[in-house]
Design a binder for this molecule. Structure first.
Ligand code: ZN
Length: 233
């Protein structure tokens, strides 16, 4: 998605010779839009290196599509059947007394309800992990990942205090690991030609995956419930 926007942006800039400063400003706005994940764990996917379905690389699991109710925008994911024909009578029971009442509210908001359904597909996917099915496999894959990452980085992960801050990447728990990663990358750039950025990208992808895996491992180990992650696409 971001690449499409960037390509369009470059095309526009080339054709109308847009001011260089404005170009850079727009570039940074698009670049920083980012994709987030939330639920039992919170964070942001690494731009340009990490895909939204990266959890599937850590455990054998298929993501579910997410759905929301029209008008009230409540989450509808568990109530939607894969077979679309079974969904025509469904409505948000938290907000409306009947299907008709929900429908009225949709028409009031959108002017019409073309597909007759009362929900829409979100631009995100969901994962539900539980300890019994996924913990051992995750742990095994995390060990394999760890062996591929510079020990200076994984040492910083090992030093992280085991508390709920891990569940939220925005608390800064991974800052030290990132700092070391940046230093190592800078060193590499100095030694090598800049053209080796493809190799770097693969390496960064591993560290990004290790980070989300680290959060999931803590989540599964410490919670009695399942771990649920909603990932923006
Ligand atoms: Zn609702």
């Amino acid at each position: 998605m971001v690449w499409i926007l960037l390509t369009i942006l470059i095309m526009i800039c080339n054709s109308i010779k847009i001011d260089v400063l404005l170009y850079h400003l727009l570039y940074h706005i698009i670049k920083n839009m980012g994709r987030f994940y939330h639920g039992s764990i919170e964070g942001k996917f690494w731009f340009g290196v990490q895909s939204s379905d990266d959890i599937s690389n850590l455990v054998t699991i298929k993501p579910e599509m997410s759905y929301s109710w029209k008008a009230c925008h409540c989450c509808a994911e568990f109530e939607i059947d894969i077979d679309i024909d079974n969904n025509e009578d469904k409505y948000c029971k938290d907000c409306y007394e009947s299907k008709e009442e929900h429908e009225e509210s949709v028409i009031e908001e959108d002017g019409e309800n073309e597909d007759k359904l009362l929900y829409y597909e979100e631009q995100s996917i969901c994962y539900h992990l539980d300890k019994d099915s996924h913990y051992d496999e995750l742990k095994k894959n995390m060990d394999i990942l760890k062996s591929k990452i510079d020990p200076k980085i994984t040492d910083e992960f090992d030093k992280i205090e085991q508390n709920d801050k891990i569940l939220d990447a925005f608390t800064g728990v991974f800052d030290n690991s990132l700092k070391i990663l940046n230093e190592i990358e800078k060193e590499k750039d100095k030694e090598n030609n800049k053209n080796e950025s493809d190799v770097n990208k693969d390496y960064l992808e591993l560290v990004a995956r290790y980070t989300i895996g680290y959060q999931l491992e803590y989540c599964l180990r410490t919670t009695e419930d399942d771990c649920y992650v909603n990932c923006e696409c």
